[in-house]
Ligand binder design. Structure first.
Ligand code: KIV
Length: 284
């Protein structure tokens, strides 16, 4: 597998589609074969290149750009025009991962036609390979219209951050028999409308397991336990970029601390005059 710097690693090729671009049929094949899918968010070229080289199957240019990169308090203020340059940067920087563009709040709620127009922009101007948006049965018609236009759709149910205020905050969804049943019905509605996968966010693990069992399309969990067909994390949570991350995220590195240390060492060397040294300078 090629690394971002062009060298190859010794790790095995990802099962899903090998070195080829991950496409919708690979998602279905992965589910059928019981191979777990991997997804991370990415918002810019350098991280997209690194994650693509590491074999991540799907890169989500999420509206989580709002609270993670743009210093908004939530995803709600994010606009299509803010998200599009990120989608473009990520899609230009990958050769293998499927690039999924989120539809931000306000870009699809008016109805299927608005949703289609937003999805078309993400594909045509952003170079995305699929779009994702929040909601279950209530957006099934949107999914039908967009997939009918030849654009793959990833659904998103459970805790849906764009509805945070309606849901009473960041709360686990699908607790209790009725809510679990409704969640499964939403998942089925999305599948029947043509969605190629469904993100399950902050859902009790047994409920996510049930949804994963009844669906033919893959479920991609975030805070939804180990039985989903794939997992997604916000990359800054995965890599330890901040001093806080949600309970369901594991920090696989402490990049924030390393970056702070590197910046402090750079500043110290500049102040001391030890950087730049002769080897970093042009003699003539
Ligand atoms: O925007 C995002 O990052 C997401 C994930 C949390 C699934 O929607």
């Amino acid at each position: 597998m090629a690394q971002a710097n062009g060298e190859s690693t010794s790790s095995a090729l990802p099962a899903v589609g090998g070195d080829r671009r991950v496409r919708v049929h690979h998602l279905a094949a992965a589910k059928a074969a019981g191979e777990r899918l991997t997804m991370l968010t990415a918002y810019d070229a350098p991280t997209a290149r690194i994650f693509d080289a590491s074999g991540i199957d799907m890169l989500l240019v999420g509206d989580s750009i709002g609270d993670n990169m743009l210093a908004h308090e939530s995803t709600i203020p994010v606009t299509i025009d803010e998200l599009l340059p990120a989608v473009r940067a990520v899609s230009r920087s990958t050769t293998r991962a499927m690039v999924v563009a989120d539809l931000p709040f306000g870009s699809y709620e008016s109805g299927p036609e608005q949703a289609l127009a937003s999805a078309v922009r993400m594909m045509k101007e952003g170079g995305a390979h699929a779009v994702k948006f929040e909601g279950g049965a209530r957006v099934a018609e949107h999914v039908r219209v967009i997939t009918g236009a030849g654009i793959p759709v990833v659904g998103h149910i459970g805790f849906t951050p764009q509805s945070e205020h309606m849901l009473g905050g960041k709360r686990v969804q699908g607790r209790g028999e009725d809510a679990a049943e409704r969640l499964c019905e939403d998942a089925i509605a999305l599948q029947e409308a043509g969605a190629v996968a469904v993100v399950l966010e902050m859902v009790p693990a047994p409920v996510a397991a049930r949804a994963s069992e009844i669906l033919q399309i893959p479920t991609i969990g975030i805070g939804a336990g180990p039985s989903c067909d794939g997992q997604v994390l916000v990359w800054l949570d995965m890599a330890g970029m901040g001093d806080w991350s949600p309970r369901f995220a594991k920090q696989f590195a402490q990049l924030g601390a390393q970056l702070q240390q590197a910046a402090a060492e750079y500043a110290a060397e500049v102040r001391l005059g030890t950087f730049p040294a002769a080897e970093h300078s042009y003699a003539d």
